[in-house]
Write a protein that binds this ligand. Structure first.
Ligand code: TYD
Length: 130
């Protein structure tokens, strides 16, 4: 399986909640990069690419968004609307992010540095490889 939801344990007390993401504990890869997407305009679709090797976990730490994934001819749509859940995506998976709420912040943990040569941005090319 190359996409799956990870439920994080909440360290909660009377003050509120905290979640820790730790390499090899609840994150199944070495975290080399963290980036976040925010201030996304209405009706925007982001992503529209696959990666050859990169593994990622997407966490909507504020607000909500949807992620459509496609692999081996199967599409799935995930609603990310809680900071307690992450979507793991590894392997050759086409992904599109859409329906961002106004306050959405999508945090992404990645297994490697930004490398344009790891991207497949052409959907036809993706279908040929998948
Ligand atoms: P892009 O791949 O279009 O984002 P998305 O997949 O969310 O639609 O990236 C937007 C710009 O940011 C593009 O110029 C590449 C750059 N970028 C980096 O410099 N470092 C990164 O880690 C990422 C993810 C993107």
């Amino acid at each position: 399986m190359t996409t799956k939801i990870i439920n994080f344990n909440i360290k909660g007390d009377t003050r509120g909640s905290l979640i820790a993401c730790e390499q090899d504990h609840n994150i199944p890869f070495d975290i080399k990069r963290v980036y976040y997407i925010f201030d996304t305009k209405e009706n925007v679709v982001r992503g529209k690419h696959a990666h050859k090797k990169l593994e990622q976990i997407l966490i909507c730490v504020s607000g909500s968004c949807e992620i459509k994934t496609e692999e081996s001819g199967q599409t799935k749509t995930y609603l990310l609307d809680s900071p307690t859940q992450g979507l793991y995506i590894g392997g050759l998976v086409w992904r599109e992010m859409f329906n961002f709420s106004k306050n959405a912040v999508l945090l992404v943990l990645a297994s490697d540095y930004y490398d344009e040569t790891d991207y497949i941005r052409d959907h036809q090319n993706f279908l040929e490889l998948n």
